[in-house]
Design a protein around this ligand. Structure first.
Ligand SMILES: Nc1ncnc2c1ncn2[C@@H]1O[C@H](COP(=O)(O)OP(=O)(O)OP(=O)(O)O)[C@@H](O)[C@H]1O
Ligand SMILES: [Mg+2]
Length: 385
């Protein structure tokens, strides 16, 4: 998959412009604060239906304008092209279209533009809290299985209701017997979706591990084993997974076990006024030769493992859906040694369209891939060089 061209109007500090990209390597050079990340963010917005920096719509619109519009021509693996566009207004308006047709739900976006984004924050995937790892896995699994996304969304909605109910009870806004009945109903709803979410996360971790291990070996040129594994919070799920080799998991059985676990803890949840267990607390382990990198990894080890995992996500997407995502590298090479940088550049650009933003020309010194296009950005204005 690749972005053939783009037009940008009113996006942060970017001047109105059109771009025709290289199918291989696109390099954006510029000093700090000139607009490199802004361009990548504008391109990547369509993949997620939101800013990868977590910015609100209002922040994405140029200070002096009331709305923004971005159009992207995307070529799919089959050679088919899609005209994607989005517009955001200060009045809160948001339109996303593919070939002129409006998209209504976030789920309609999944897989239209597949991207993988690397920036210095990517290290948080290993070092940071479990929420980053859950989000990484959930997004990866949603890309290859839309049914997973349906369960995840329904699970999150039901959890919010249960949360509200427990809070109201704690504040004395509802009575105990009604709440108990309602909690039991929400637990039944949650158990079904939780079983699907947990199984999906477990599967995704098993898809990812061989690829991340392979990428890690290629990046480092050593033979250390990198394992990414699911660490579920629900005991019923841990147990089912640990016995899966002899006793294949049945989703219905797992759902029943999860429900029993949720019901068992109901009294404690009522006392504490919040849900205490469930996949919303799941984590994943990142282990290099038996050492848990979440806790013990060095800067470089952690960074390399995170990159290997993110690259592996692209391999899984290709294995399951024959899609090669577009890769974005925002200011990432300055933190790797030269050898790893060069290996990563070669590995990434071999099979993907890549966008590289950097303030340091040195990062790509004497790397001359075929079909490279280079832009220099000054104060939001891009010139091809
Ligand atoms: N809504 C907006 N309207 C106008 N300008 C904005 C808006 N949002 C951000 N900017 C400006 O965009 C610039 C930042 O651009 P960007 O983050 O793309 O920089 P960069 O080239 O990636 O820099 P660095 O090398 O430091 O990462 C800042 O000067 C900021 O003030
Ligand atoms: Mg930047």
């Amino acid at each position: 998959m690749r972005i053939v061209s783009a037009s940008v109007d009113g996006f942060r500090n970017l001047k109105t412009a059109s771009f025709t990209f290289s199918p291989r390597v696109n390099l954006v050079l510029g000093r700090n604060g000139e607009g490199k990340t802004n361009l990548l963010e504008a391109l990547n917005y369509f993949a997620l239906g939101r800013s990868h920096r977590g910015a609100k719509s209002d922040e994405l619109i140029h200070f002096d304008q009331s709305h923004l519009h971005v159009g992207l021509d995307i070529e799919e693996e089959s050679g088919a092209t899609l005209a994607c566009e989005y517009g955001l207004g200060r009045d809160g308006g948001r339109r996303l279209r593919v070939d002129g047709e409006a998209l209504r739900r976030r789920a309609d976006l999944v897989g239209r533009l597949a991207t993988v984004f690397f920036n210095p924050d990517s290290i948080r995937l290993v070092r940071g809290g479990p929420d980053g790892r859950r989000q990484f896995v959930d997004q990866g699994m949603a890309e290859i299985d839309p049914v997973f996304l349906t369960h995840l969304t329904a699970f999150q909605r039901a959890l919010k209701q249960k949360n509200g109910l427990l809070r109201d009870l704690k504040k004395g806004l509802t009575d105990l017997s009604t709440t108990r009945r309602e909690l039991a109903a929400w637990n039944r709803e949650l158990a079904g979706h939780a079983a699907a979410v947990c199984l999906g996360r477990w599967q995704y971790a098993s898809f990812l591990t061989p690829f991340s291990n392979e990428s890690h070996k290629s990046l480092t040129d050593n033979d250390l084993q990198l394992d990414f594994s699911y660490a579920p919070r629900l005991e019923s799920v841990s147990k089912a997974i640990s016995e899966a080799a002899e006793n294949p998991i049945s989703k219905d059985d797992l759902e029943r076990e999860i429900l029993a676990e949720l019901d068992y803890i109901m009294d404690s949840e009522i006392r504490r006024g919040r849900p205490l267990i469930g996949p919303q607390l799941d984590d994943f382990k990142v282990v290099l030769e038996g050492v848990d990198l979440r806790v013990y990894g060095s800067q470089g080890e952690t960074r390399t493992a995170a990159i290997a995992m993110i690259l592996a996500r692209s391999d899984v997407l290709f294995q399951k859906r024959q899609i090669r995502p577009v890769l974005f590298f925002d200011d990432i090479f300055s933190e790797l040694d030269r050898e790893r940088t060069r290996r990563l550049q070669e590995m990434a650009s071999h099979l993907h369209q890549v966008f590289i933003a950097t303030a340091r020309r040195d990062d790509i010194a004497d790397w001359q891939p075929e079909h490279m296009k280079t832009w220099q950005v000054n104060d939001g204005e891009f010139s091809e060089i």
